[in-house]
Design a protein around this ligand. Structure first.
Ligand SMILES: Cc1ncc(COP(=O)(O)O)c(C=O)c1O
Length: 386
């Protein structure tokens, strides 16, 4: 039989993170600064709400769009925090994480050859998701000199007649970079001059350390041009529950729901019930986790800079993105050698884009003791490889 896989899928490269973590599996005593997820267990009141839901027999499908109570709670939360109203009936969709939402928006919006602007370095799934939907990625390179920020003029220069979407992520995975209100307002200004939609992945918005996070939809004229994505995985330590949500114009949400209803039916009910608890009564636990991440961020970033691995101060998420250029190694060689000789797992920068050579991602969602030990081992590694 001819093994004829779709050309689009055949040409996809495996994720650079997974590829690397296959090496870690089976090794003992590894300190992992690799996988991007909270080291905290989901707060107990959220777990309890899920247990209670089982006891009460909540084991069915929900509406395709998700439980109305959850959509309503999201709408209320957004209105309370930002003064913007999303209709829970028509402008909010509950998905299986932001991952599903990203796939849905690309497939809903793109015709073959449409361009999507993506800043690099960026989250590993963006470019493959665009390609799988038939779109073409157009890269905006960001640099350490600008703290990996997208400059408004970069957006302007990258636009073409074929540009349909601009995919923006802040705070950013892998750089932790975020934006002040003033910086975002300038980017919004560029977008408004064009006819494109922003897909704004703000999954780490609740983990912004030095100022208040400002969503893209809050700027005048931007609600109708923004597909806002958020979820419970990172901020509430709920990666395994698989719940995300999208708020956006009705015409986009209903197109996304068309695909969602045939492919997924609905997000899992248990996760949705737990998310209602998270959004209504989760803020105290989030504040505690946030305090811990901030302490760890300050510790790892100053430690890396002391070792001569130049690292900007990430404004959010739980990633540091130091330069390893002074070692003379490329990021894959550095990561492999560090893992082999000192058992510290980090992710090569190239997993996050072609332009990200010379950097590695170190996730600091682990305790200070581990970070301290990792820095000690990295110091020893740098000495021995001089
Ligand atoms: C920027 C970004 N977006 C989306 C996701 C996917 O999150 P979810 O668990 O909601 O699918 C991740 C996960 O690492 C991420 O870093």
């Amino acid at each position: 039989m001819k093994k004829d896989i779709s050309k689009k899928i055949e040409s996809l490269k495996p994720s650079g993170i997974r590829e690397f973590f296959d090496l870690v599996i089976g090794m003992d005593d590894v300190i992992s600064l690799g996988v991007g997820e909270p080291d905290f267990v989901t707060p107990w009141n959220i777990i309890e709400s899920a247990i209670y839901s089982f006891e009460n027999g909540y084991t069915s499908y929900t509406s395709n769009k998700g439980l109305f109570e959850l959509r309503y709670a999201i709408s209320e939360d957004i209105q309370k925090k930002y003064g913007v109203k999303y209709n829970p009936d028509t402008e909010i969709l509950i998905t299986v994480g932001v991952s599903e939402a990203m796939d849905l928006v690309m497939r809903s919006m793109l015709n073959d050859g449409d361009e999507v602007l993506i800043h690099e370095p960026c989250y590993v799934s963006y470019a493959p998701t665009v390609s799988m939907a038939g779109g073409k990625v157009k890269r905006i390179n960001t640099t350490l000199e600008n703290n990996f920020k997208v400059m408004p003029e970069d957006v302007r220069k990258s636009l073409s007649k074929k540009t349909k979407l601009f995919l923006l992520n802040y705070p950013c995975n892998p750089t932790g970079t975020s934006y002040s209100k003033g910086e975002l307002s300038k980017i919004a200004g560029e977008i408004k001059k064009s006819d494109i939609i922003v897909v704004s992945d703000e999954i780490y918005g609740g983990l912004t350390y030095d100022y208040t996070h400002t969503p893209m939809f809050t700027f005048p004229g931007m609600k109708e041009r923004t597909v806002y994505m958020n979820g419970f995985s990172k901020v509430h330590a709920m990666t395994g529950w698989r719940i995300g949500y999208t708020c956006g114009p009705e015409w986009i949400i209903s197109a996304m729901n068309k695909i969602h209803q045939y492919t997924i039916l609905c997000a899992p009910i248990t996760g949705q019930i737990a998310s209602i608890e998270a959004i209504k009564r989760g803020s105290e636990a989030v504040n505690e986790m946030k305090k811990a991440y901030k302490r760890r961020r300050n510790f790892i970033v100053s430690g890396l800079n002391e070792l001569g691995l130049k690292c900007h101060l990430p404004e959010g998420a739980f990633y540091s993105f130091p330069s390893i250029k002074k070692t003379g190694m490329d990021s894959k060689t550095f990561s492999n050698a560090l893992l082999k000789s000192e058992k510290v797992a980090v992710v090569p920068g190239t997993a996050f884009g072609e332009n990200s050579e010379g950097f590695v991602r170190m996730c600091y969602a682990t305790n200070i003791k581990n970070i301290k030990e990792a820095l000690f081992r990295i110091k020893r590694f740098l000495k021995s490889s001089r």
